[in-house]
Design a protein around this ligand. Structure first.
Ligand SMILES: [Cu+2]
Length: 300
């Protein structure tokens, strides 16, 4: 008897707190959590909603003119960005030396491409593109319209016709090989913080110390979340000016989970991409390899 009375009182208390929170929220017209001792009804995310998950945001819309990607010879891929007035955006503020960065990746995180299309006077962007294999692709446009003080990343699904054979995301590993180069990833992705990542480039066991500038830095890093391809903000460390072997970035991951990192770096006049899988978690859990499945969770 005593227990049920206690429970009843507790439930009433909860209703009162929740009601108060709703009341304040309605008054100020703001869904932000209510300050105070009580647990907020809607905790704010530590980081804002990631980019790339929407085809339209803040009135801007990504509109492909091409219905699919070619898998044979490269074919022109064209699109426009429509502004809040419904008209194609024709003026941009360059970020990382370009008015627009186009990222193309298959939904299984394979087949990554980072290219820079050409803008026509009517606001149509185009570039010859070829998908490496059939499947559903995500196309991201990363840009900043002129007169807007922040960038946007819009994403749209575009298919490449044919038999789709998905590949598994590789297991987390700190070393990636590309074209005779080895790139080592150091640093842990910690959700809700700006995580420092250092990528070190070597070739034949020797540190590469003459990296060439690419997009205003000695490397360009894109990170995508496994599961929904959320596109993350990654900033090069402005203070690190050495042309290798280490390149430093700050990545903001919005959640625990698995991420695929794509580092573009330029050496010998060629841009190459080193790819990593990294797990974001807390402390040692992030660095540890994937846990062996527990054989038995019990049937009790
Ligand atoms: Cu770019």
């Amino acid at each position: 008897m005593r227990t049920s009375i206690k429970l009843g009182g507790y439930a009433l208390g909860l209703v009162a707190v929740f009601g108060a929170a709703l009341g304040v929220g309605n008054l100020v017209g703001d869904p932000a959590p209510v300050a105070g001792g009580a647990a907020p009804a809607h905790p704010a995310p530590a980081v804002g909603v990631p980019g790339g998950l929407q085809v339209s945001q803040d009135g801007y819309r990504l509109v492909p003119a091409s219905r699919e990607l070619a898998t044979g010879a490269p074919a022109q891929f064209a699109f426009r960005v429509l502004g809040p007035d419904g008209q194609p955006v024709t003026r941009y503020t360059a970020t990382h030396e370009k008015d627009l960065h186009l990222i193309v990746v298959r939904r299984d995180l394979s087949g990554f491409q980072h290219v820079h299309p050409t803008l026509a006077a009517d606001g149509t962007w185009s570039i010859p593109l070829r998908a490496g294999a059939p499947g559903q692709y995500r196309v991201f446009a990363d840009f900043q319209p002129a007169g807007r003080d922040s960038g946007l990343t819009l994403g749209v699904d575009v298919p490449a016709a044919g038999l789709y054979r998905p590949v598994a995301v590789p297991a987390p590993a700190p070393v990636a090989a590309v074209d005779g180069y080895q790139v080592t990833l150091a640093g842990a992705l910690v959700p809700g913080t700006s995580s420092k990542l250092t990528l070190t480039v070597t070739r034949a066991g020797q540190p590469v110390t003459d990296l060439q500038p690419y997009l205003g830095a000695y490397g360009h890093l894109v990170a995508l979340r496994d599961g929904d391809l959320a596109y993350l903000h990654v900033h090069p460390d402005e203070a690190s000016t050495d042309p290798g072997p280490a390149i430093t970035f700050y990545a903001e991951v919005p959640s625990t989970g698995t991420y695929r990192l794509y580092l573009d770096f330029k050496h010998g006049d060629t841009v190459r991409t080193a790819e990593f899988t990294a797990a974001a978690g807390t402390g040692a859990a992030a660095a540890a390899p994937a846990a062996t499945p527990t054989p038995d969770h019990g049937h009790d």
